[in-house]
Design a protein around this ligand. Structure first.
Ligand SMILES: Nc1ncnc2c1ncn2[C@@H]1O[C@H](COP(=O)(O)OP(=O)(O)OP(=O)(O)O)[C@@H](O)[C@H]1O
Ligand SMILES: [Mg+2]
Length: 363
């Protein structure tokens, strides 16, 4: 007889509503999977057991840096998962922590360039500004090492203020940067962003509006302050996203290159639910990775529920397989070493990925 399969969701109200969790609960019920909404304010053990936990604790993780209540909630969650290594966690907290810090996530993006052969993929040149104030020396280095225009983003990659950005056009504008931040070269991509949404072994690419092209090189133009949600949401409409008439047409992304980026990041991060923002450089055609997001909204992906359900079922089957192996005489139970590896939800180890590209797709 099959035992009851239980999946816990730990999401804040906003994410729960956005995702339409109620509808997903129904879908799971029809497939014999019980969904429990975890209340972090109560002991988790009494709400379990869980085969899989899906969470988005990004805000708790960011708040825990300065708020003792959030710190306690996070400790409760970490305590539970450490004590239940057979529960699959989507996704592991250390990987998520890397993506909450743009300094760490930009290093991951930078690594893609060498990991994927053929110069198809890159990330824009950038500079970390960690001090609370900009020094003359840093300004000088930024001017010499980063081509203008430059886009300035907060170091913390989560929360409402993390979407406040600025476009800096010349050396004088660098004083408008508000550290700690990242200064990154702006890449012309003819106002089209490709949001790649990953769910386990599947991924989906959706087009979004994005920033228009700007002349390369420095100018006296005043810094433009903007909120990224005004330029790259499905409904975004801003003068910053309207292409000038003479602008070059956007170049389409290559599916194989996108697949190579996803394969590489899945293995690097060990995550199942994440998003990658890719733009295609209008001049060079290079696929440029500008952002990696934790458990994104999957807006525009009607297959999200079915892909998530498939992924959960795959994990449950793997888990059941691991339990059977453990129970057999050749594989007596040994403190869960094999299972804890198998049940972290970590995708297969990295294999070298070389995109097979159509002859027309030149970088
Ligand atoms: N280097 C760049 N060159 C050109 N455009 C860029 C660059 N970096 C960011 N953008 C534009 O700014 C937008 C916001 O950037 P980014 O994705 O880094 O911010 P975010 O607020 O963290 O995004 P999200 O909403 O995905 O969390 C992008 O969607 C894109 O339109
Ligand atoms: Mg983004």
């Amino acid at each position: 007889m099959q035992t009851r399969r239980r999946v816990g969701f730990c999401l804040n109200d906003k994410k729960r509503k956005r995702m339409n969790l109620e509808a997903f609960v129904e879908l799971c019920r029809n497939r014999g999977i019980e969904v429990i909404q975890i209340d972090l304010n109560q002991p988790i053990a009494v709400q379990g057991p869980f085969d899989v936990i899906i969470h988005k604790l990004s805000d708790v993780m960011v708040d825990a840096e300065h708020d003792s209540q959030s710190q306690q909630l996070l400790e409760r969650f970490e305590g539970y998962t450490a004590g239940h290594p057979r529960t699959v966690l989507l996704d592991p907290l250390p990987a998520m922590r890397r993506l909450l810090d743009r300094f760490a996530s930009y290093r991951i993006m930078e690594g893609l360039q060498t990991a994927i052969p053929g110069e198809w993929v890159c990330s824009p040149p950038y500079m970390e500004i960690n001090s609370m104030e900009l020094s003359e020396k840093q300004l000088d280095r930024a001017q010499r090492s980063l081509p203008f225009p430059i886009i300035c983003k907060t170091r913390v990659a989560h929360g409402s203020s993390s979407h406040e950005m600025s476009l800096i056009f010349g050396p004088a504008g660098l004083w408008d940067a508000r550290p700690p931040c990242v200064l990154q070269s702006f890449i012309n991509h003819s106002a089209v962003l490709h949001k790649v949404f990953v769910v386990g072994g599947a991924h989906f690419t959706v087009e979004r509006p994005s920033l228009k092209n700007f002349p390369r090189g420095h100018s006296d133009r005043k810094t433009i302050f903007f909120n990224s949600h005004d330029v790259s949401k499905p409904e975004s409409s801003s003068h910053l996203t309207a292409l000038d008439e003479e602008a070059a047409l956007p170049r389409p992304p290559c599916d194989d290159v996108i697949a190579a980026i996803v394969t590489e990041l899945r293995a690097e991060l060990g995550m199942s639910l994440f998003g990658v923002d890719v733009i295609v450089n209008t001049e060079t055609g290079r696929h440029t990775v500008i952002d990696i997001n934790i458990f994104p909204g999957y807006e525009g992906v009607p297959q999200f529920f079915s892909a998530l359900l498939n992924h959960i079922e795959t994990l449950l089957q793997e888990k059941e397989g691991a339990c059977e192996t453990r129970g057999s005489p050749e594989h007596p139970t040994q403190g869960g070493e094999v299972e804890s590896r198998r049940v972290t939800g970590t995708p297969p180890l990295k294999t070298s990925v070389t995109p097979t590209l159509p002859p027309s797709a030149t970088p």
